[in-house]
Design a protein around this ligand. Structure first.
Ligand SMILES: Nc1ncnc2c1ncn2[C@@H]1O[C@H](COP(=O)(O)OP(=O)(O)OP(=O)(O)O)[C@@H](O)[C@H]1O
Ligand SMILES: [Mg+2]
Length: 392
């Protein structure tokens, strides 16, 4: 039996499967796993199962370009902006009363802070020590919010795009290992698919802030070639909405933050009866403007590229699997909340027959929930077989 055909995974499943010696055959032996290209990391080292269950504290972490979501094995769940703010000058230091601030507080005080987002296109920036420092501070804050006990073995399960390079995974592993006892880096679409029970013959479309990642699940760990990445996602929509409104009403003051607020409240496609009235400012004075067509046009602009990539991935399955794949297109990420997006994608693909596009119930937490479930259900000695790992 291959590892990934086990897609009806529930707690206890792994225990049953591993009780009999040799009952589970993994696709790759530890020796075949792709090594992480860092001398500090030994991804094939098994994690000794010597920690009492009540001392093992697992954090499922989705480190996104704009938001970080966390679910812990002790039932806490939280989400914060993936941003660290540093005062721009001495006045900022005085106003903030600190050398830096993380998350919502940084965003709220952005007028006098230099905001740093540690991820670009879903992977860690690796440009300077300052960039790494930003990531370290964000992760340290994320862990602090989980309130681990002193004696806990804290294990972080962190999602990365399926296309993440070995060097960017090694960078993340090493940085996170400074703060966590065990770090497991997993493919993000795989985590979503695990939480949705869609590991086989499905395609996960994750519409985030920086990127839309479209990944084919084939009953094995996805690899770079299974995933297409589009740069049209939430941030692109904010720019596009702002540009459309500025062009439509030249006197109106608009920026991407305001556009993002309007988008998060009203984003939609297709609906011909929709009406979106936005409260904006024209030459400083409040005005209420009908931005329905601007929102619709901007949101619909991401659909053709998504459909094109879906078609490429559907065709990459063997013909006898394509029918199943077309019933299993899964939308996740904040952008999956765009109203009618599921319907529009199936309409655009109607030449393929009935196409079923599903939205996950909780797009903010589907990834970290899947990572937490997988690592909680899988005995530690197998953790290194589903992702890159460091720690003991
Ligand atoms: N109702 C909504 N309609 C449309 N877009 C929304 C809605 N709610 C949130 N978003 C957008 O979703 C994006 C955030 O999604 P998500 O948290 O999945 O991104 P991320 O994981 O931080 O980014 P990435 O996956 O690119 O690293 C933002 O651009 C946000 O404005
Ligand atoms: Mg994301």
């Amino acid at each position: 039996m291959s590892f990934i055909s086990l897609d009806k995974d529930k707690a206890g499943f792994w225990e049953r499967m591993t009780k009999e010696e040799g009952a589970v055959e993994f696709r790759k032996t530890p020796a075949e796993l792709k090594p992480v290209s860092s001398p500090d990391v030994n991804p094939t080292e098994p994690v000794p199962n010597t920690v009492a269950d009540d001392k093992r504290f697992i954090l499922g972490i989705d480190l996104g370009t704009s938001w970080t979501s966390v679910i812990t094995s002790r039932g806490t769940k939280y989400r914060l902006r993936s941003v660290v703010g540093y005062p721009k000058d001495l006045i900022g230091v005085k106003l903030l009363g600190a050398a830096f601030v993380v998350g919502e507080e940084a965003y709220a005080n952005r007028a006098y802070l230099d905001l740093r987002y540690p991820l670009t296109d879903g992977v860690l920036r690796e440009l300077t020590d300052r960039d790494l420092d930003v990531a370290r501070r964000l992760l340290a804050h994320v862990i602090e919010l989980a309130e681990p006990g002193e004696d806990d073995q804290v294990c972080g399960v962190i999602g990365v795009p399926a296309r993440a390079s070995a060097s960017s995974k090694a960078l993340l592993l090493n940085m996170a290992h400074e703060l966590l006892d065990v770090v497991i880096v997993l493919s993000e679409p795989f985590m979503v698919a695990y939480s949705e029970g869609k590991l086989l013959n499905s395609i996960v479309v994750d519409i985030g802030a920086g990127t839309t990642d479209i990944c084919a699940l084939r009953g094995k760990l996805p690899e770079a070639e299974d995933q297409a990445t589009l740069l049209k996602a939430g941030n692109y929509l904010d720019q596009r909405i702002a540009a459309q409104i500025a062009e439509h009403w030249p006197g109106v003051q608009i920026n991407t933050n305001i556009a993002c607020d309007i988008k998060e409240k009203h984003a939609f496609v297709m609906d011909s009866d929709a009406e979106v009235l936005a409260e904006l400012r024209e030459d400083g004075k409040p005005v209420k403007l009908d931005v329905t067509d601007d929102i619709r046009a901007a949101c619909e602009s991401i659909v053709p590229d998504i459909v094109q990539q879906l078609e490429v991935l559907v065709r990459s399955y063997s013909p006898d699997q394509q029918e199943a794949v077309l019933q299993n297109i899964v939308l996740t990420g904040g952008g999956s909340r765009i109203r009618n997006l599921d319907t529009m994608i199936s309409e655009w693909m109607k030449d393929y027959g009935t196409v079923k596009v599903i939205r996950v119930d909780d797009p903010d937490f589907a990834g970290c929930q899947g990572g937490l479930n997988l690592v909680s259900e899988l005995p530690p000695k197998y953790w290194g077989q589903v992702g890159d790992i460091v720690g003991d």
